[in-house]
Design a protein around this ligand. Structure first.
Ligand code: AMP
Ligand code: ZN
Length: 494
């Protein structure tokens, strides 16, 4: 598998520090409000990548923090007349609700900056001892960027250019900074702000120090993958490297993965520009799996434009997949096989084994064998695309192709093995991307639909057509359309 490394600006073969173990850290949100769908892009992309690594057999230690103290949190808490702690705790809970609705797996650990202050003081002390940091008159501690010769290596910026770019930038309270690129490791408290005691002054850590302490602590050392949105390359990730590498004398992270922005009208979606939709807004209109299908419809390093029209088109795509699955289940049902769940395989080994078995399945008709051959090509392409810098966009296309072949070939003559294997294949390929099409996930209660369909059949048998029509209408109001066929009643979501 190859992934693009922002550090080398090349696609590189993926090799982990420890065999088959992945230490992965993703910068999480600052919790001062509901998250917007721009924040959801790294969450969905890297959760899917984690799922894929797990499917491939890696044991993934996935760490993602919540930044629970910063100026925005303090200001918002003051506006609302609550403590920053209360505000952060409330929005961590809300963020976790959104994550569940988007089918994002909880991280192995979700560290909180405010619980890790001792580790940060320790790191800053070490940097001071080694001459990489200095203390200003008011007790502010600064990192000395001139001491680290590799400063700028991640953002591919030369320190002289960086310094000239920063020349006019005077940040109040940072008067003792020796060089414009130097950054704050510890800052003194302001009146009424939360603070922690330290050897330098009562205050709190800078943001770049937070991740740099939590990532190695919870990942168990240097990282295989450090990920986040592309706005974090500079200065956040550059500054994390500058703190870690001089102290440990080893690379901080092997692979740096950065997602491009989610835009609206070609502008980054952000709170400060006011051009944002919260995940909560969007999920009141669309299911979480539609949002996921949409987010992954573009490769993560390409800009993704958000619009409700595009969401409608992802919704239609999901319905097509869902209708294909329902049609296969219906056909199986008519053969006396009742499948209500969406079984899937959870490892590549099981999946490969299934494909090998099916290739020599004697129950398949010649037409089914030839359809299956085509499907195998799309499966191969699906994995090749994911192995090429996690190209979920092209991988989704392969699922649509498989659905198309399934729709062309599923009929009452299909053999059970063929039908079952189609279900297993489609469900597994969706599951790798975290796309949950179970009926509850897309707002349909299948057992309720089936019992209404039985009631309607009963009513028709008893010549109670008024009741039968009423039930059909009730299902239609639920978004379910019925079709009476020779084999029985089929339903689909409209
Ligand atoms: P923040 O809360 O602003 O620190 O952002 C949390 C994560 O969301 C970071 O990885 C950001 O890079 C990412 N992010 C914020 N806005 C966007 C956006 N419009 N598109 C993609 N990623 C974003
Ligand atoms: Zn971070």
């Amino acid at each position: 598998m190859k992934i693009y490394n922002s550090l080398s600006k090349r696609k590189e073969e993926f090799e982990t520090i420890e065999p088959m173990k992945v230490r992965m850290y993703v910068c999480g949100p600052t919790v001062y409000d509901f998250i917007h769908i721009g924040n959801a892009r790294p969450m969905i992309v890297f959760d899917s990548f984690r799922r894929y690594l797990t499917f491939l057999g890696y044991d993934v230690n996935y760490v993602s923090n919540f930044t629970d103290i910063d100026d925005k949190i303090i200001n918002r808490a003051n506006e609302l007349n609550i403590t920053p702690e209360e505000l952060a705790s409330r929005f961590i809970d809300e963020c976790k609700k959104d994550m569940r609705a988007m089918n994002i797996l909880p991280a192995t650990t979700h560290p909180l900056a405010t619980k890790e202050i001792d580790g940060m003081i320790d790191l800053i002390n070490k940097l001071i001892d080694k001459g990489y940091a200095y203390i200003g008159k008011d007790g502010t501690v600064y990192y000395d960027t001139t001491r680290f010769s590799e400063y700028g290596k991640l953002s591919h910026k030369n320190i002289d250019d960086l310094q000239s770019g920063f020349r006019d930038l005077k940040v109040s309270g940072e008067e003792d900074k020796k060089t414009s690129t130097d950054f704050v490791l510890w800052k003194p408290k302001k009146e009424g702000e939360p603070y922690w005691e330290s050897p330098w002054c009562d205050g709190r850590p800078g943001w770049h120090t937070e991740c740099c302490v939590m990532a190695p602590k919870y990942c168990g050392g240097a990282l295989d993958i450090h990920a986040g949105g592309e706005d974090l390359v500079f200065p956040h990730h550059e500054n994390e490297i500058a703190q870690y590498e001089p102290l440990y004398g080893a690379p901080y992270a092997r692979y740096w993965m950065h997602n491009a922005f989610l835009n609206i009208n070609n502008q980054k979606m952000s709170k400060s520009l006011g051009n944002f939709f919260t995940v909560r807004d969007v999920l009141s209109k669309f299911d979480g799996s539609v949002l996921r299908l949409f987010m992954l419809s573009t490769q993560y390093r390409s800009m993704l434009n958000f619009s409700f029209e595009l969401m409608e088109s992802s919704k239609a795509s999901l319905e097509r997949i869902k209708n294909c699955i329902n049609n296969i289940k219906f056909t199986l049902n008519n053969k006396g096989i009742n499948i209500s769940d969406n079984s899937k395989l959870s490892t590549i080994d099981d999946f490969d084994e299934l494909i090998v078995d099916l290739k020599t399945n004697s129950e398949f008709s010649p037409e089914e064998l030839s359809a299956f051959d085509k499907i195998c090509e799309y499966i191969k392409e699906y994995f090749d695309k994911l192995d090429d810098d996690f190209n979920t966009s092209d991988a989704e296309t392969q699922i649509y192709e498989i659905v198309r072949v399934a729709n062309q070939n599923v009929n009452e003559k299909s053999c059970i093995a063929f039908l079952n294997s189609l279900l297993l294949i489609i469900n597994t390929l969706l599951d790798i991307l975290g796309i949950d099409i179970s009926d509850n996930a897309i707002g349909v209660d299948e057992s309720l639909i089936n019992s209404l369909i039985s009631e309607r059949s009963e009513a028709k048998k008893n010549k109670n057509y008024a009741l039968a029509d009423e039930i059909r209408k009730k299902l239609l109001d639920m978004g379910i359309e019925l079709e009476d066929t020779r084999q029985g009643v089929k339903w689909k979501k409209i």
